[in-house]
Design a protein around this ligand. Structure first.
Ligand code: B12
Ligand code: SF4
Length: 496
């Protein structure tokens, strides 16, 4: 008689999971002030929610709206009783992430707590806490799905690349071992039904704007591609995406944009037009669907100069404004950071965009070693520029890059992460710190006079105007006072 086959081992039935996804609240006044202008959707959590798959109860808790974030989290935990909590965070939110992790464990001792996002990716060892079950590095959709599936079937958590269990081995990770981006075809369409889109907005100005246009319209974030082909030594993006640009299927992106309830789209790609074929295919796909929306995108000056016709086409589609990384106002400095563009090229890109009626947001970098003359030179340069919006960051290499490793031993705050918002100098300033902050704020004020709304005195409704003036006031104050975010012994740092 043939041997009887053993009965198949039944897969445990999957249970419906309650999953809470949490975005922390920043504590730095500079970041909070920035959020007065621009508070965008927690898109990473929308991706993870979509990846979790159907049949689960999911909630997104965006603590940026809460006056007392720990209390709001505690209440959500007690009320929803999640079996899985996913916590994200940027590096400047590292301390908040740890506090929220401890609070979660105290409140629900048996919950599975997984952390991911930018800080977990670049500094996983900083999240090596017993309260955390798993640290996820890099793109998280695939591994998050695997974690949800395992918990739903009451199985052990999966052991996959990119998932780390806190413990001694997490401190010994090879710093050069980076998670591999799985490819755009593995990314779901984010779930935006888990938040109220009307809560998210960004200040929106164009070259041609009507007084009836809202200055703070509801805005959705859309990612059309992942990564960038450039290899700037201070930037983490090349490590995250293997130095490649991964565009999505243009038809899918157009479908996603068409389905959004908002008319204003903030593209959160690293560079939107670096692949002109893709940008053209996306324009075709939007045109075929007759999608009429307003767009904000990031581009390199060299891309604008190389493909002006592409920008003309996108202007016709609704591209209102473009973010241009000028970085510095001298060729010598641009050469030093290997920017790959000259001042003349940057200026030409501004002309090209403005001739097309595309407003320009110009970004500059400030260095800790700057003295009065450097700040003054930047202010003089900015004052002579055509009307534009401006932002200024302190050049801050990301943890995980060679530039960060090179400066690590000179970082003057410990731990360094709390001030890692690219607005606080992590290296000793040449000017006394308080004076550095004052010069920084004066530069913001000088630049705000070049804002197209001021230069051309666009009429605006009074509520919007009041909101933007208040935001501007708080923004400048946060920079003037940024020395107070440093440990007290550095407040009166005399400069180097
Ligand atoms: C769009 C963008 C913005 C937007 C909006 C961001 C927002 N939602 O508020 C704006 C312009 C406002 C902005 C502002 C800032 N930004 Co920004 N921004 C980006 C950018 C270009 C894309 C981020 C994004 O939305 N990606 C789309 C989502 C879907 O992807 P994701 O966040 O990577 O999430 C995936 C994985 O990380 C993972 N994951 C994330 N969370 C979790 C959680 C769990 C549990 C798991 C399992 C997985 C997981 O899975 C997700 C899905 O794939 C990135 C660069 C980049 N390529 O990532 C910089 C970046 C995130 N920004 C950065 C910084 C520093 C800032 C600022 C501090 C800079 C400044 N001085 O202005 C501010 C602070 C903003 C804030 N409120 O904290 C840094 C962060 C560095 C770090 N180590 O923390 C980055 C990486 C840029 C860089 N080159 O260094 N930013
Ligand atoms: S700084 Fe911008 S251009 Fe340079 S690698 Fe990063 S995303 Fe690309």
């Amino acid at each position: 008689m043939p041997a009887r086959k053993p009965p198949p081992v039944a897969e445990p039935a999957a249970r419906r999971m309650r999953i809470l996804l949490v975005k922390p609240k920043a504590s730095l006044p500079t970041v909070l002030a920035l959020q007065q202008f621009q508070l965008l959707e927690p898109l990473e959590l929308g991706y993870l929610a979509a990846a979790a798959g159907p049949g689960h109860d999911l909630r997104v808790l965006d603590l940026r709206f809460e006056s007392c974030a720990p209390l709001a989290l505690e209440q959500a935990l007690l009320e929803f009783q999640p079996q899985l909590v996913g916590l994200t965070g940027y590096t400047h939110e590292a301390a908040a992430m740890k506090d929220l992790a401890r609070l979660t464990r105290r409140t629900l001792p048996d919950v599975c707590l997984v952390v991911g996002g930018h800080h977990a990716t670049v500094a996983p060892d900083d999240l090596n806490l017993p309260e955390i079950d798993r640290v996820v590095r890099g793109e998280g959709c695939g591994v998050f799905r695997a974690i949800v599936d395992a918990l739903a079937r009451q199985q052990a958590l999966p052991d996959l690349p990119g998932i780390y269990q806190p413990g001694p081995s997490l401190d010994l990770l090879d710093p050069e071992c980076w998670p591999v981006f799985p490819g755009v075809d593995k990314m779901p369409v984010p779930r935006r039904d888990l938040w109220d889109h009307r809560r998210y907005s960004s200040v929106w100005t164009g070259e041609t704007t009507r007084d009836t246009d809202s200055l703070f319209p509801p805005v959705s974030m859309v990612r059309t591609s992942f990564g960038c082909r450039m290899k700037c030594s201070f930037c983490i993006v090349p490590k995250l995406f293997g130095g490649q640009h991964h565009p999505r299927d243009p038809e899918e992106v157009a479908e996603e944009i068409a389905s959004l309830p908002t008319d204003h789209i903030y593209f959160c790609d690293d560079e939107n037009f670096i692949d002109p074929e893709f940008a053209t295919a996306l324009a075709d796909a939007l045109e075929r669907r007759n999608v009429k929306k307003h767009y904000f995108a990031w581009a390199r000056a060299t891309t604008v100069n190389r493909y002006p016709e592409l920008f003309r086409r996108w202007r016709a589609l609704g591209l209102d404004a473009t973010f241009l990384g000028f970085e510095f106002a001298t060729d010598a400095m641009l050469r030093k950071v290997h920017k790959g563009s000259t001042l003349a090229q940057n200026e030409r890109a501004v002309r090209v965009l403005r001739e097309l009626d595309i407003a320009v947001h110009v970004a500059f970098m400030i260095l800790p070693e700057w003295d009065h003359a450097d700040f003054e030179a930047l202010r003089t340069y900015v004052s002579g520029m055509p009307p534009a919006q401006f932002s200024f960051t302190v050049c801050t290499p990301s943890p995980g890059t060679a530039d960060y490793d090179a400066m690590r031993s000179r970082i003057w705050v410990d731990p360094p992460y709390a001030l890692h918002d690219c607005m606080h100098p992590l290296l000793p300033t040449k000017l006394p710190l308080r004076e550095f902050a004052r010069q920084y704020a004066l530069t913001l004020t000088a630049a705000s006079r070049r804002n197209p709304m001021r230069v051309r005195a666009f009429p605006r409704n009074s509520a919007d105007l009041q909101r933007v003036l208040q935001a501007e006031f708080e923004y400048c104050r946060a920079f003037r006072d940024l020395y107070l975010d440093f440990p007290p012994h550095l407040h009166s740092h005399p400069g180097t």
